[in-house]
Design a protein. Structure first.
Length: 306
């Protein structure tokens, strides 16, 4: 029997889309869960028969999809962050950009024997979405939505492949972080989350059931800020259509820190709804926009402990 505790998750960056590199060194990625899998379109015969039976059923186009869930740990998922925002880490700063990456992902079910094929090898995996959520309790989580080309089950590692383990590190949280809005500390924030969508869509051609390199769309950044309702300062930014910015920091127990900034945004909603008793919380959805100064809509910065 295979259990989640016996599941390991590895990846290697591809140099050619959908092709696992020769003698690949797969790097372990600590995840909290995944729904990565194969889906297929199908077709069946519509021939009218006197016995009312379906005489033919066939597989059609196929693609890989699903989520990869992780906690934000110091440098443990930096490859995923870079791929999800189509950027490069430069001087410990990552900006949303145009650089596309694809991965081969290896899932290892360690309790299965070679005869039971303990490996699943996925190829052509690109990250279509990233969602990061912060709250007043718990660690910071990240969910990546993947789109891929193919998968196969293997009884052994690909020829020449090696596996590299990743040391366990604590996740960042918001207990020692802060949120700034419009350049000022926002001490009344209750939640903050954002999603960056890349608009990746498969492209199918005659003669193959697998996608060729998918198309990619706009970098679409949206999110929601929740605050206790103490004044109209933020609501008036929505009322008046003002532009603003948000930055938030997250620190792990050893002092390593990530700082995420949305340098230009517009609030797209917000109202102090009242239901039942207790504090009133205003939910302010926002749309991230290009910052002409920064040349991007999203910045992630890592700061090592002093």
């Amino acid at each position: 029997m295979s259990q989640s505790t016996s599941h390991k998750f590895y990846l290697v960056e591809e140099t050619e889309y959908g092709v696992t590199p020769a003698s690949a060194q797969f790097i372990e990625v600590p995840i909290t869960g995944t729904t990565l899998g194969l889906t297929k379109n199908t077709s069946q015969s519509n021939t009218i028969r006197s016995d009312r039976q379906i005489s033919d059923f066939r597989d059609g186009t196929q693609q890989i999809g699903g989520d990869i869930k992780a906690e934000l740990q110091w440098q443990a998922i930096d490859m995923l962050l870079a791929a999800a925002v189509c950027g490069d880490w430069e001087a410990d700063k990552l900006k949303s950009g145009t650089k596309r990456r694809s991965f081969s992902i290896l899932r290892h079910f360690t309790t299965l024997s070679a005869a039971d094929k303990p490996y699943q090898l996925y190829r052509g995996i690109e990250l279509n979405n990233i969602n990061i959520q912060l709250g007043t309790e718990g660690v910071t989580t990240a969910t990546f939505s993947a789109v891929g080309k193919s998968v196969e089950a293997l009884s052994e590692l690909p020829a020449g492949a090696t596996l590299k383990a990743t040391a366990a590190v604590p996740a960042v949280d918001t207990f020692n972080g802060q949120v700034t809005e419009g350049g000022e500390n926002l001490a009344i924030a209750t939640e903050l989350g954002f999603t960056l969508e890349n608009g990746i869509e498969p492209r199918f051609v005659i003669g193959s059931s697998e996608t060729i390199r998918p198309s990619i769309g706009l970098s679409n950044l949206t999110g929601t800020l929740g605050v206790y309702f103490e004044n109209h300062a933020l609501l008036e930014k929505f009322f008046n259509g003002e532009q603003s910015n948000i930055s938030f920091s997250m620190t792990d127990p050893t002092g390593n820190q990530y700082v995420v900034s949305v340098p230009n945004l517009r609030y797209t909603g917000g109202q102090p709804d009242v239901e039942g008793t207790g504090a009133i919380i205003v939910s302010l959805p926002f749309q991230g926009l290009l910052s002409e100064t920064e040349g991007t809509n999203l910045i992630i910065e890592r700061k090592a402990k002093a």
